[in-house]
Design a protein around this ligand. Sequence first.
Ligand SMILES: [Zn+2]
Length: 139
Amino acid sequence: MKITKIFTFDSSHMLDGHDGKCRNLHGHTYKLEITVSDGLIQGGAKDGMVMDFADLKTIVQAEIINPFDHAFIYHGGNERESQIAALLDGWQMKTLRLPCRTTAENMAALMYGRLKNAGLNVCSVKLWETPTSCAEYEG
Ligand SMILES: [Zn+2]
């Protein structure tokens, strides 16, 4: 059985070296679909559930929404993106360093790993960068 919960968050980013407009600093209202797969809980307060949606929300908030929302997310291995992040850090503005280029594909894979490490039986992470463009990572 699978359950899915949808979240949104706003982040700014850039893809340094991109051959189109994504090389510029810009933002997205990302939509995030987290799917969890497991058997149904038998008995007790959570009887008949894969997991409580409220518990799913708590984990996704802590692992993804809180660090990513209203942050400048950047590739720590990129010099120009790191320079912008250092400037923002100096002004006490929110940044988040990632070990990869901030494509929707890389971010979906990274979020999957974070949730897995947090103990979630995550099945897939679908990250919408725009209303018509998404990347899905299935473990
Ligand atoms: Zn973008």
